[in-house]
Design a protein around this ligand. Structure first.
Ligand code: IMP
Ligand code: MG
Length: 176
């Protein structure tokens, strides 16, 4: 079987450097405070696992799963809650860890779901942000990289369930 190596947009080294800076920023912002990190599955799993290693604060980890895309490269306009967190976040400092903010619909929906549970604070860490498609007001407190409007894969991000294992962020090639 022929190996497919997508063109790199952001290298492993660049990702690691940026994540170290984000971890340091979160560490500084939550001095003496406990954090509940909520990893948005599946896309953010790799980013989240590297990010929490750089947060030098007591934290607990939970997972939530939302889907909006189906198997296409365009948002369906619907967000479905596939799996909820198990933690009680009332009065807690929540940091959501997401792979990418595109239209902003997923994060807007997630913020609505979580904010009614009365956390003390909610912050958002997103590895990537595509500003050209943004349709909802979203504040990214800890942003990895702003990117142009290309469909990206790797480092947790998929196309139809594939390419999550790539250690870098690549651009999906139309022919592949
Ligand atoms: P939004 O709801 O339009 O902001 O879309 C966010 C979700 O769509 C992300 O959590 C990703 O799962 C997916 N997504 C958006 N753009 C890309 C991309 O370029 N590559 C892979 N997944 C993407
Ligand atoms: Mg996602």
């Amino acid at each position: 079987m022929e190996l497919y190596t997508p063109e790199a947009l952001i290298s492993e080294e660049e990702i690691a450097l940026r994540i170290a800076a984000l971890g340091a920023a979160i560490t500084k912002d939550f001095e003496d405070e406990e954090i509940v990190v909520i990893c948005v599955l599946k896309g953010a799993f790799m980013f989240c696992s590297d990010l929490i290693k750089k947060i030098n604060r007591p934290l607990s980890l939970d997972f939530i799963s939302l889907s909006s895309y189906g198997d296409s490269t365009h948002s369906s306009g619907n967000v479905k809650l596939d799996m909820d967190i198990t933690a009680n976040i009332e009065g807690k400092n929540v940091v959501i860890v997401e792979d990418i903010v595109d239209s902003g619909l997923t994060i807007k929906t997630l913020m609505e779901i979580l904010s009614v549970r009365k956390p003390k604070t909610i912050k958002l860490a997103s590895l990537l942000f595509k500003p050209t498609k943004l349709q909802h007001k979203v504040t990214i407190d800890y942003l990895g990289f702003e990117i142009e409007d290309k469909f990206v894969i790797g480092y947790g991000l998929d196309y139809a369930g594939r390419y999550r294992e790539l250690p870098y962020i690549g651009i999906l090639n139309a022919g592949n």
